[in-house]
Design a protein around this ligand. Structure first.
Ligand code: C2E
Ligand code: MG
Ligand code: MG
Length: 653
């Protein structure tokens, strides 16, 4: 009960409107509201203090003929002096930027000062009225009424301060007029009280609507600056923090660091466990990350799985490293989501300002480049920005813009690598592999430019070109030869892909079964959920689908059962080590027998030696692909390869 009362009194004197039945707010909002209230009062402060000083002087003049002149003079001197000093002080305070948060204690001080000033005026009628001339009494009445009205106006948003200021004046007037006993004076007292009540009511109405307006505005600003999922600051808020840090750097040379984080494997989590689990993952990660930072700093979520932190007032780069290490260590414990344990990780790129840049653009570009290197080095890596990152990122950017025009400039072409059937020793088809002949860099490998195409969305245009070109090419080959085309996950997220494929087949006038689509396991776990439906539609059209690089991703055998694949392609890493490492051999062997049981074809990728080929033949693998049979050849080399009896002769049993 006592604590409740103390709390109420604290709220009351802090200008909190809920103490008067106004809207209740949390402390952050209340602090912001106090800042707005205080700023309004400070805005009036020079006027208020000038009015006080002038009124005090007027009063001293009016009371000059009275016997209290000395006391009145001392009083006026004290009030005018205090008013001028306070006015000058608050002008100086206002020049500094407006605070976002004002403490309860600061508001207590304001209420106290309002009371002291009100009391100073409240003394006037009590001390000087009785002995003043009629003119002097008129002046006192006018001045006190004026101070009441002025006080109510100045504290129009803070009822408690308005009360603290006006109550002593009311009291003073009431005492002095009541003491007199004259009916006219009693009427004046009545009028002052009536006007005063109207004024105070006005103060309450105004302050409540002011509080509601500010609260709405703050909430609107909060939503603009807050990520709705994790409740962390969003990119807008982060940019503002970064701008503020840059301003402080320019003004006072205060150095700072920016830490950029990208969750490793988040996409896989999202894909494997679904969107709600992915969201929950992000929420938990956000909580953990925020606990690693210094009290006043906030990790912001600036993208799907990208987080960033501005570390202000950095004295040593080691401090940034220490926080980065804490952020990485936040993933030591797996996250518990829906009763499952999910392991997460993050990579961190760090830039130091001004060393690595002094504009938001430069800093973020360089942080991105450092993060890129960190991600390449593996989960949980922390990298400070270095000059090499800059070069690498410029290189990537250049490649990106070159790639945009590569199709138009005719720089892309396909090469074809055969599949050899081990039963009847003949070539059954070719895999189309994309090549980019860059005008100055020469041949750029697909592993370098396909990820760029995926990042920029160019993959859709390029993918369409590949499928059309592959279909047109296979149309020139014998009827029994198929062509396999690689697809990126990103391409499957575009539902127009089906039409593209159907049109390519129709335009090339080929039977659908001659086209095979190669997809990787990760595509089956697509967060867009369209992979399965697109796959089924393809299969209905008679197009076959092969599971590429089998064994390298989130291999889930259930997919093999659920989705009708025509073929599995065992990844070349298993084939390479198969003869040296028994566990690889065991995997290859069991995949081959699994495929046979499920009645699915199986291709071994990357066959380079005759021993490998022999082993695969023994365990019953259907087809092989690799440098031993042929390297990828240009389109016009395909017919020659098909006609070469050498292929058959060399590998005939
Ligand atoms: P992939 O689909 O697994 O293609 C097989 C890769 O292994 C090809 O590399 C091929 O040249 C290489 N290879 C074949 N036989 C051997 C061998 O005996 N030894 C070794 N060490 N390597 C062998 P490439 O052409 O560099 O392609 C790399 C990857 O780029 C492909 O892997 C595929 O994922 C992607 N890719 C290629 N063309 C396209 C395309 O048109 N679209 C998409 N989305 N991805 C493509
Ligand atoms: Mg492939
Ligand atoms: Mg492959």
């Amino acid at each position: 009960m006592r604590t409740q009362t103390t709390n109420y009194v604290a709220r009351l004197f802090a200008g909190d409107l809920s103490a008067f039945g106004g809207p209740a707010t949390d402390e952050a909002m209340a602090g912001h509201l106090r800042a707005e209230q205080m700023s309004l009062v400070l805005g009036y402060s020079v006027g208020i203090m000038l009015a006080n000083a002038c009124n005090a002087i007027v009063l001293a003049i009016a009371l000059w003929p009275s016997p209290d002149r000395i006391a009145a003079l001392i009083w006026a001197g004290a009030v005018a002096g205090a008013a001028i000093a306070f006015g000058l002080h608050s002008r100086a305070v206002r020049r500094i930027t407006k605070p976002q948060f004002v403490s309860r204690r600061a508001m207590h001080r304001l209420v106290r000062n309002a009371f002291i000033l009100g009391a100073a005026w409240g003394i006037v009628p009590v001390a000087f009225f009785a002995d003043a001339s009629t003119g002097g009494q008129l002046v006192i009445t006018c001045l006190c009424s004026g101070m009441l009205a002025g006080g109510a106006l100045a504290f129009a948003t803070i009822p408690i301060a308005a009360i603290a200021f006006t109550a002593p004046i009311f009291l003073g007037i009431a005492i002095c007029l009541g003491r007199n006993g004259d009916l006219a004076f009693l009427l004046i007292a009545f009028l002052v009280v009536a006007y005063g009540s109207v004024l105070l009511r006005g103060v309450f109405v105004n302050s409540f609507s002011f509080a509601r307006r500010v609260t709405r505005q703050v909430e609107a600003e909060r939503t603009v600056r807050q990520d709705p999922l994790t409740h962390l600051p969003n990119r807008v808020a982060f940019n503002e923090t970064l701008d503020a840090a840059l301003k402080r750097l320019a003004l006072s040379g205060e150095e700072f660091a920016v830490l950029l984080l990208d969750l490793d494997r988040f996409k896989e989590v999202n894909d494997q466990f679904g969107h709600p689990a992915g969201d929950e993952f992000l929420v938990q990660v956000a909580g953990r990350l925020q606990r690693c930072t210094r009290a006043a700093e906030h990790v912001a979520r600036i993208g799907g799985d990208e987080f960033a932190l501005v570390m202000a007032n950095l004295t040593r780069p080691e401090d940034a490293l220490e926080i980065a290490e804490r952020l990485v260590a936040a993933f030591d414990e797996p996250l518990r989501i829906d009763g499952r344990q999910i392991v997460g990780a993050t990579s961190v790129g760090i830039v130091l300002a001004p060393r690595d840049g002094d504009t938001p653009l430069d800093l973020m570009k360089n942080a991105d480049a450092a993060l890129y290197r960190a991600k390449k080095a593996g989960p949980g890596t922390i990298c400070f920005f270095e000059e090499v990152d800059d070069r690498a990122s410029r290189d990537r950017k250049a490649l990106q813009s070159d790639l945009a025009g590569a199709i138009a400039r005719n720089e892309l072409f396909l090469v074809f690598q055969p599949f050899l059937d081990l039963d009847d020793h003949r070539i059954t088809g070719f895999e189309a592999l994309l090549r980019w002949q860059h005008p100055s860099r020469g041949l750029v490998p697909p592993n370098e430019f396909i990820p760029i195409a995926e990042e920029t969305g160019l993959i859709h245009e390029i993918g369409e070109w590949v499928i059309r070109r592959a279909c047109a090419t296979v149309a020139l080959w014998p009827e029994e030869i198929r062509v396999a085309v690689n697809f990126s996950a990103a391409q499957f997220h575009n539902t127009a892909i089906l039409q593209t494929i159907v049109r390519a087949i129709a335009d090339a006038r080929i039977a659908p079964h001659r086209l095979e689509i190669e997809i990787t396991e990760s595509m089956l776990l697509s967060k867009y959920g369209s992979a399965a439906s697109v796959l089924n539609a393809l299969l209905e059209l008679g197009i076959t689908v092969a599971l590429d690089d089998f064994g390298t991703g989130f291999s889930s055998l259930t997919y093999l059962r659920k989705l009708p694949f025509s073929r599995i392609k065992i990844d070349q890493s298993f084939i390479r080590d198969m003869l040296a490492q028994p566990d690889c051999a065991a995997i290859v062997k069991s995949v081959v027998s699994l495929a046979r049981d499920l009645d699915i074809g199986v291709v071994a990728e990357g066959v380079e030696t005759a021993d490998q080929l022999e082993y695969l033949r023994q365990i019953g693998c259907d087809e092989v692909q690799g440098y031993l049979i042929s390297r990828p050849v240009a389109a016009d080399g395909v017919m020659a390869l098909l006609e070469t009896k050498r292929v058959r002769m060399t590998y005939a049993a």
